[in-house]
Design a protein around this ligand. Structure first.
Ligand SMILES: Nc1ncnc2c1ncn2[C@@H]1O[C@H](COP(=O)(O)OP(=O)(O)OP(=O)(O)O)[C@@H](O)[C@H]1O
Ligand SMILES: [Mg+2]
Length: 215
């Protein structure tokens, strides 16, 4: 029997009385790459938050990396969000999240997230504070910091919510490339409005009416 990386069975989720996900099922095998497209507001980010263990479905079952409990699911996944989700701490702390990773590992992640050139221009380097909700860094820098965080966390499942939306095309391309190399062999679920940025390793689903439709 396959142990799915992600097994969603008939899940539903509502914000108060607004139902966003209806009876949705999705099975993802380990190492599979899934792309999710769909109109703005159709529920893609909500679905990723369930996959990340940030929300629990109202109905149905969600088993992620073999875990049922949101607290356990959170340990197994790395999430790069659409909106800025940095802590008011240093760049280093935002990448390590309190783990004692060696410097070489942090710099390697920065390299793969195209952060090094920028960090080298900062007087305090990795120890620069990003400000309240990351207001002292640009949207693109904040996204790359989250990508570096995801690269350091040795998670088996990578969840990406428009990870390159705030990057200029050149930087976006190099970060996507780095992500591709480093996500190889891991399970990836990538939400995007730019399907053309997903290579042929991706199986594409469209989210519509609270369900997933294979493209
Ligand atoms: N915290 C919240 N409370 C109440 N409603 C919410 C909340 N977050 C999202 N919604 C609503 O749920 C629906 C789905 O939102 P979601 O953010 O999942 O969409 P999305 O597909 O990610 O859209 P986009 O492509 O614009 O990022 C929207 O109608 C949105 O207004
Ligand atoms: Mg979204």
């Amino acid at each position: 029997m396959v142990q799915y990386a992600v097994n969603l069975e008939n899940i539903s989720f509502s914000y108060e009385n607004h139902t966003v996900i209806k009876d949705l099922s999705l099975q993802v095998e380990p190492g599979e790459h899934i792309g999710i497209v769909g109109d703005s507001g159709c529920g893609k980010s909500t679905l990723l938050k369930i996959l990340a263990g940030l929300y629990a479905p109202d109905r149905g079952t969600a088993v992620i990396a073999g875990e049922h409990l949101p607290g356990e699911i959170r340990k197994q996944v790395a999430l790069v969000m659409q909106n800025n989700s940095l802590f008011p701490l240093s760049i280093r702390d935002n990448i390590t999240c309190g783990h004692n990773y060696p410097d070489e590992m942090v710099w390697a992640a920065c390299q793969n997230a195209s952060l090094v050139k920028w960090i080298e221009t900062l007087p305090d380097g990795l120890d620069t504070n990003v400000g309240e909700r990351g207001n002292q860094v640009s949207g693109g820098q904040a996204q790359r910091i989250q990508i570096a965080r995801a690269l350091c966390k040795n998670a088996s499942i990578i969840l990406l919510d428009e990870p390159v939306s705030a990057l200029d095309p050149d930087t976006g391309h190099s970060v996507l490339e780095a992500l591709c190399n480093l996500t190889d062999g891991r399970t990836v679920i990538h939400v995007t409005h730019h399907q053309e940025t997903l290579d042929d390793r991706y199986t594409i689903y469209r989210m519509e009416g609270g369900k997933m439709i294979r493209e």
